[in-house]
Design a protein around this ligand. Sequence first.
Ligand code: MD3
Ligand code: FE
Length: 213
Amino acid sequence: MCVTYTGREAMSAPSGFRHIAGALDRKAQENLCLEIAEVLRSAPLYTPTMPRSGKPFSVRMTNCGPLGWVSDKSGYRYQQAQPVSGNPWPPMPEQLLGLWQEFTGFAAPPEACLVNWYGPKAKLGLHVDADEAETQAPVLSLSLGDDAWFRIGGLQRRDPTERILLKSGDIVVLGGEARLAYHGIDRIQPGTSDLLAEHGRFNLTLRRVNVAN
Ligand code: MD3
Ligand code: FE
């Protein structure tokens, strides 16, 4: 862990965590919104359910790219087919492939882009992303729409956490130790952005799933 001093308090963030505030300008954000609208036409948002309990997530999801992350009563996994229609996921927009290259520098392209939609009341509990065989590749996250309080801790659930406000156009790159850190979204702040027609937030996470060779 590396300790960084912000002037007011010492924060202990896992190494390999990069927050690039304002990475995308307004025009780039608007272009991405159009691309997401296109993805949603062939892969509508669905409500995932928790393994075993079958309890619905408050976050709605879809994916683009060759693989998509899904969750239902039988568990979490990546798959080529959409869970509702059985169709393949739509292709990943070029703009996203460019951002992956620019911000991660990872040679192999991402295989999955998970699109999370947060309505005004949605949240995502503290969890670790551990469904990818490829753990050397970073994860790239991109926020669009309303501000969100993101929480990140350490490798253990009991480790101390800190809160970071993610705004529209921000990118977070998780590599190294941070790749396996506990994290989640406490809540969004409805109405803090006018990018989207409705109150809410999109988060896109780009991931390499299989080990590149
Ligand atoms: C830290 N998404 O999809 S993005 C997820 O805003 C997820 O929708 C949140 O957690 C969201 O799994 C947070 C930032 C993020 C993404 C992946 C991470 C942080 C991460 C992977 C490891 C550690
Ligand atoms: Fe996650």
